[in-house]
Design a protein around this ligand. Structure first.
Ligand code: NI
Ligand code: MN
Length: 228
């Protein structure tokens, strides 16, 4: 049994008995955030790409706790510049950590860090399949729909798929339904759909449409935690 907690937008915490990891910890300046970066206690920080709503507060959290940032190589190297401990990985690669196993999956998106007038590219964005206590969770990151999601579903017995549904920057609800059908998780957890006006979606309707396809949806409001 794992616990999954939504912290707003694309930020989630996944916990087993002894260990917790956080995905894309954007908390400061996140209109949905229910806690600050100083409140987070985790064993590792997984960052899918360099956009500010994902890299977020990863660097200060890593520095405060002395825990690694797990990210695609180029993004990990960016974080290392600030003195962070890092675990650079790349698409298709898996690694066993003390808290569990992490495998990086492809994501179709960008991964630039935009600082004032400078745009710094940090390689490919990614998604993650994290397995803790024998339970596999797919965190898609920011991505459009791609048909290899079928393969991710075949290679992993997914308990949960955390999928973006916001449209505009990522899959919208219609494509996320197709993704869910390919991934075949026990539970679909929608993300990335309400922090900004341009990605606003009717999440209850999405859940209904999943149910019509015999798929279960778990809507986690910011701050809400459930066993999965
Ligand atoms: Ni993004
Ligand atoms: Mn995003």
């Amino acid at each position: 049994m794992l616990r999954l907690k939504a912290l707003g937008h694309a930020c989630f915490m996944l916990s087993a008995e002894k260990y917790s990891v956080i995905f894309d910890p954007w908390l400061q300046d996140n209109p949905e955030a229910v806690c600050g970066p100083g409140d987070v206690e985790v064993d590792a920080i997984l960052v899918s790409h360099g956009h500010s709503d994902h890299l977020g507060d990863a660097i200060p959290i890593s520095l405060r706790l002395g825990v690694p940032i797990i990210a695609p190589y180029e993004l990990a190297m960016y974080c290392a510049r600030f003195g962070c401990e890092t675990a650079p990985m790349h698409i298709g690669g898996g690694r066993q950590f003390e808290f569990g196993h992490v495998k990086l999956t492809q994501a179709f998106h960008g991964s630039a860090i935009v600082n004032d007038d400078r745009i710094e590219y940090t390689g490919m964005p990614c998604g993650f399949v994290v397995t803790m206590n024998g339970t596999a969770v797919y965190y898609a990151g920011d991505t459009g729909l791609f048909s290899d999601m079928k393969l991710i579903g075949e290679l992993n017995d997914l308990r949960v798929a955390i999928l973006p549904i916001g449209d505009n920057f990522t899959m919208g609800p219609r494509d996320a339904l197709v993704a869910a059908e390919m991934l075949k998780p026990d539970l679909v957890v929608p993300m990335h759909y309400s922090a900004f006006e341009v990605i606003r979606q009717d999440v209850n309707r999405f859940a209904q449409e999943l149910r019509e396809r015999s798929l279960d949806c778990l809507i986690l409001r910011p701050g809400q935690e459930e066993e999965v």
